[in-house]
Structures are given as structure tokens and as C-alpha cells.
Design a protein around this ligand. Structure first.
Ligand code: URA
Length: 238
């Protein structure tokens, strides 16, 4: 790949800024020699920026423990804290850019994945792939007994939508606490489903995406780690 294209791909600069970055001496080869020609063809593992190898050259696959209060958005005119602020700043400038794999709303905590690999994002978010997402919740009012059968039926309609929700598994610990497993990710889906049966959610936390459990990752709120995307291959596909 051309050196300038490589620096843009990994978020170090915009294309027009590449010559200045190269003149600054921050970009070197493995032998320590300064490399300055934007058109030079290089391999990603031959390039050091500020003395460091380029991280995650084969793509970004990470898991974050999302704290409450952060929004899943790249929005620049921001009034809220953004989940991307919890990741290294240069990732925001990668091209293709790093995206959330599905979203969690501002008041929801838990497991949130990120990637710059569009196929990976699609594989985990498409309802057709049936990747289960497990949430734990607390509601402000008792959940009616018939909710489990209703959500499992495949006929439950959310207000304003034209297709029924896919069957969802509701497991209650007591009348205001439980877990729910969804295979899709509509806007505020858990909150809307429980509100529709008269039990508004007051706490929502995502515990797992597919086989990946947040508890196994030992991440404090706001921390992230890399994950192995191959462990999701074929996961949940029907
Ligand atoms: N359902 C919701 O209501 N909120 C989320 O963040 C995820 C699922």
C-alpha cells in the first residue's frame, strides 16, 4: 500500500496532511530510517509511527464495558459523553471507521462491541443471523405473568412498527427483576417491550452478545479489551 494511503487508513492523518507528517520525522521504517516519500509502497508491519508499530493492523475488534451516561454516536456537536471517547483517539479517524456493533442507549450499561470490519458488524447485528443478546433489568412496576408467553410468541407488536418482534426469552427472578434474550436490536427494544406490558425499565445492562459474556472479560466500567472475531464465525446463523 502507498505510505500516504496507509497513514490515512490507520487514522494518523488526512491524505493532504501526509506530506507534512512524513517531513516531521515521526514516521520511520523498522530499521529506524526516516521514510518521507508519500508514494513509497510499504507493508503495514514495516512502519513505525512515533516509534510504535501500527496497532491492530488487521482490523479492530474490541469489547467495552459501557458505563451509563455515554451515547453510541460519533456526533461532533455533542452534548453528552460519547462511547468513542473511551477508545484511543486515532481510531476515530481510521478509514473504514470504527463503529459500534449495535447500540446501547445512554442509560444502558454493559457489553458493547466495536469494529471497523463491516462484515463482522453485519454478522452480529442482522436479525437474520439470530445472534442472542442477553440483558438483565429491573422494572419500576411488577411484570405481568403473561409477559413471558407474549414475548416468546413471535406475534408481539411494538407500537408504531409493522412487523412483530422475533420471539424473545424472558426469565424472571422476581416480579421486578429478570433477564431477557433478544435476537434483534430495535430502537430501545427492551425498554419499549417492558413498558408495553406496564413495567417500565429503571435499570438495564447487557450481559452477553452471542457466547461472549461481559463477566468473563473482567472489565471495569469504561475499560475495553480486544476480542477474537473468529470465535463468532457461524455463531447463531441459521
Ligand atoms: N434495549 C433497550 O431498550 N436499550 C438498549 O440499550 C438495548 C436494548
Amino acid at each position: 500500500m502507498r505510505l500516504d494511503a496507509l497513514l490515512v487508513r490507520y487514522g494518523y492523518c488526512a491524505r493532504r496532511e501526509a506530506p507534512a507528517l512524513l517531513r516531521s520525522g515521526r514516521v520511520r521504517g523498522r530499521d529506524g530510517a526516516n521514510i518521507t516519500s508519500p508514494g513509497q509502497h510499504v507493508n503495514v508491519d514495516e512502519v513505525l509511527v512515533d516509534g510504535e508499530k501500527i496497532p491492530f493492523p488487521d482490523g479492530i475488534y474490541v469489547a467495552l464495558h459501557k458505563p451509563v451516561g455515554y451515547v453510541c454516536s460519533h456526533a461532533e456537536e455533542k452534548t453528552s459523553k460519547l462511547v468513542f471517547e473511551l477508545l484511543p483517539a486515532e481510531w476515530a479517524r481510521r478509514n473504514p471507521r470504527v463503529e459500534c456493533v449495535g447500540r446501547l442507549d445512554k442509560n444502558t450499561s454493559g457489553l458493547l462491541l466495536f469494529s471497523d470490519d463491516g462484515c463482522f458488524v453485519h454478522r452480529l447485528t442482522s436479525p437474520r443471523k439470530h445472534v442472542p443478546k442477553l440483558y438483565s433489568f429491573e422494572t419500576g412496576s411488577p411484570i405481568p405473568e403473561e409477559a413471558s408467553a407474549l414475548f416468546a410468541s413471535g406475534g408481539f407488536m411494538l407500537k408504531g412498527e409493522k412487523d412483530p418482534c422475533l420471539p424473545a426469552k424472558l426469565e424472571l427472578t422476581d416480579v421486578t427483576h429478570g433477564k431477557i434474550t433478544l435476537e434483534e436490536g430495535r430502537y430501545h427494544q427492551v425498554r419499549r417491550m417492558l413498558a408495553a406490558v406496564g413495567a417500565p425499565v429503571i435499570r438495564l445492562h447487557r450481559e452477553a452478545v452471542g457466547h461472549l459474556q461481559l463477566n468473563d472479560l473482567n472489565l471495569a466500567p469504561g475499560e475495553w479489551c480486544s476480542i477474537d472475531p473468529t470465535t463468532f464465525c457461524g455463531h447463531g446463523e441459521r
